[in-house]
Design a binder for this molecule. Structure first.
Ligand code: PMP
Length: 366
């Protein structure tokens, strides 16, 4: 199988599998238990928290200071962050390219009466500047993803965080960093990440909460994780996440090479529109094969044992509203293919992908 759908989910790495197995065998006790075995689980969790913080800062410059709450994934992290903060009736500045796990919560807040400003990259060449410009004294929250899951579009959240705080130090800054975690340095008051996008397992995610920021929990119960997320901590999955973080290496040159190779291959096929520009991380490439609907292309590739996605795995069957915020027409969005790579992918795989796309385009357009 040629797996090119890593933005949807990644294969757990050997280090993760080993750590999960090891924890299941040896570190399985409830982290709230007061005995030695419980303490071992607690220590593992605390080590994993440090790994998450280190990963967010990419071990560069100053480390973030605050709490890490383990969640079931980024959907829960985004919901916890956005429903848990006290907005005091203030305005929200966000973008038109967010994942549904963020966007639907913002929609709810809008229905509750918050004014929401949504900015699109197609209207703002300087995206970070435009977001910061939209902040005023009434802005309670800015929520902006670090890397878009459909195109790879990258926002400099460290720069944006500083610009937002300069405009209004009281404005909270949340970022959905699922596709940026371990790839770009992050900053924010609230940062959401997910394990299964970085070669850990599904069912584990995290939310960073900067020191001094209070949120009310989504879940009530036994008061675990400083009462920010009740429920027995899944120590096995946390062990897997820690191991995956420690093993992860973002080889940008490898992705630059594969992206260039892919674009070269696509350039030989007539009527292709590239939907990922040079502001995008190279591991995600979105393009439209005009005249061939995504569904048809996906099935043709599947026959050749090649896995890719149309726009986003989370907006199954729907034309992506997100692509239109990048200036992609509905017609082109209907024919969009997303190729998302990991360190294991090769030029040979990209060549086979291009050959199959060329063949399918020829057959369908005939
Ligand atoms: N945000 C983004 C940008 C994503 O790509 C995803 C996964 N598709 C999520 C949030 C949701 O993450 P999870 O699957 O861990 O709930």
């Amino acid at each position: 199988m040629i797996y090119l759908d890593n933005a949807a989910s990644t294969k757990p790495c050997a280090e993760c599998i080993r750590a999960v197995n090891e924890a299941m065998e040896n570190t399985f006790a409830n982290a709230s238990s007061l005995h030695k075995a419980g303490t071992a689980s607690l220590m593992l969790i605390s080590r994993a928290r440090a790994a998450v913080i280190g990963g967010m800062s990419l071990n560069k410059t100053s480390q973030l200071s605050g709490e890490v709450i383990f969640t079931s994934g980024a959907t829960e992290s985004n919901n916890t962050a956005l429903s848990g903060i006290n907005l005091r009736g203030g305005k929200i500045v966000t973008t038109a390219i967010e994942h549904p796990s963020q966007a639907r919560v913002i929609d709810k807040l809008e229905k509750l009466g918050h004014e929401v400003i949504r900015l699109a990259p197609k209207d703002n060449e300087d995206f970070e500047g435009a977001i910061a410009d939209a902040v005023d004294e009434k802005t309670a929250l800015v929520s902006c993803m670090a890397v878009n899951n459909e195109t790879g579009f990258c926002v400099d959240v460290r720069k944006l965080y500083k610009a937002v705080k300069a405009k209004n130090p009281k404005t909270l800054f949340h970022t959905d960093a699922v596709q940026g975690f371990l790839k770009v340095p992050l900053d924010g008051d609230l940062i959401s990440i997910s394990g299964h996008k970085v070669h850990a397992t599904k069912g584990i995610g995290a939310l960073f909460v900067r020191k001094g920021i209070t949120i009310s929990p989504l879940l009530s119960g036994g008061g675990q994780q400083k009462n920010l997320r009740s429920g027995t901590e899944p120590v096995e999955l946390i062990a897997g996440l820690e191991a995956a973080i420690n093993a992860y290496e973002y080889k940008i040159e490898h992705f630059d090479r594969l992206k260039a190779y892919l674009i070269e291959g696509l350039s030989e096929i007539p009527d292709i529109r590239l939907n990922s520009d040079n502001r995008c991380l190279p591991n995600i490439v979105n393009f439209s094969v005009r005249g061939v609907r995504s569904e048809i292309m996906l099935h043709a590739l599947e026959e050749a044992d090649i896995c890719v996605s149309s726009g986003s795995a989370c907006s199954k069957g729907k034309t992506s509203g997100v692509l239109s915020a990048f200036g992609v027409s509905d017609k082109d969005a209907d024919c969009a293919v997303r190729v998302s790579m990991c360190a294991d992918n090769t030029e040979q795989e990209i060549r086979l992908l291009c050959e199959k796309i060329a063949q399918t385009a020829k057959n369908i357009r005939r």
